[in-house]
Write a protein that binds this ligand. Structure first.
Ligand SMILES: C[S@@+](CC[C@H](N)C(=O)[O-])C[C@H]1O[C@@H](n2cnc3c(N)ncnc32)[C@H](O)[C@@H]1O
Length: 280
């Protein structure tokens, strides 16, 4: 039988196979960064559907949960690569990396992959006790804590981390608390330390804001969606938090007040990434 030239064949590789090739890319990045001792670690188990729903689902469909589980490892490796790439370009020396902290770690989608660097101390926290209990039971090699919605991080000493990450977390912290969290992260970072944080940019504004919230965003330069507002993400509804949107001007005012803004990568298909540095 002849096959039409325009017919497209979609080949779906198993999630593990795709994850393995992403892992190879990350390991190469680490080697290029001069990391002396590298462990070939397994990525660890996938979280159950209820935890995926609470930490990374935009729309209310079972298919989206299934897809998020499929891409869980890959997206974790992808973010690790992005973090390494962005911070190395801003001057981070991986050989001097001693301790990394993740705020709002969810199911340890990202920090679990840092375990490839066995010399680095890894600490992570989240307001979600269910996610943290799951992480403590399933992800060895990282110290996990539950934190309160506002600072302090009682388990973290002053100037004890080189890098902090907050992936899709400031997107859920209302504006009046963002500054508190930025000061707290600055407290626990060493001088010259980096914070990598993702924030909602143009893509999420187009995806989520309509009608009154959009008007409000345009008028005031920021808007916060509450769990019952139209357009709010499923994860935000389930965790009873907020979806926060702010213009670049607002973003630079709040983040730039505490940190030096080294780079802002705008993403047309996902969240924007900020690389920030605590002054030396
Ligand atoms: C969209 S999920 C992202 C989870 C994880 N960072 C990831 O990328 O897979 C947002 C996470 O931030 C957590 N969160 C929200 N506000 C927080 C706060 N003030 N402190 C710590 N965690 C917070 C939520 O509980 C949730 O696990």
């Amino acid at each position: 039988m002849a096959v039409s030239g325009s017919a497209k064949m979609r080949i779906r590789l198993p999630a593990e196979t795709v994850a393995r090739s992403y892992r190879d890319v990350v390991y190469q990045e680490l080697k290029d960064g001069g990391v002396k001792r590298l462990l070939e670690i397994e990525p660890g188990p996938l979280p159950p559907a209820q935890i995926i729903e609470r930490t990374g689902v935009m729309h209310d469909t079972e298919a989206e949960v299934a897809e998020q589980r499929r891409t869980f490892w890959v997206s974790g490796y992808y973010h690790l690569r992005e973090i390494l790439d962005a911070t190395r370009r801003c001057g981070l020396d991986l050989n001097n990396l001693d301790a990394v902290f993740e705020l709002g770690c969810g199911a340890a989608r990202v920090i679990r992959h840092f375990r490839a660097m066995p010399e680095v101390r890894l600490i992570a926290s989240d307001i979600g006790a269910t996610s943290i209990r799951w992480c403590q039971a399933n992800i060895p090699g990282v110290e996990f804590h539950v934190n309160q919605p506002t600072p302090p991080l009682e388990f973290a000493e002053d100037e004890s981390f080189d890098v902090a990450i907050a992936m899709s977390v400031f997107t859920h912290i209302p504006l009046n608390w963002q500054s508190l969290w930025l000061h707290e992260i600055s407290r626990i970072l060493r001088r010259g330390g980096f914070l990598v944080a993702t924030v909602a940019g143009e893509h999420h504004r187009r995806l989520q804001l309509r009608g009154k919230p959009l008007e409000c965003f345009r008028r005031h330069g920021h808007v916060t969606l509450s769990p019952r507002d139209p357009g709010v993400s499923v994860s935000t509804r389930l965790t009873n938090t907020w979806d926060v949107f702010q213009t670049k001007g607002e973003l630079y005012k709040v983040f730039g007040d505490v940190f030096k803004i080294l780079s802002h990568l705008e993403d047309q298909h996902g969240l924007d990434t900020l690389v920030l540095q605590k002054p030396r």
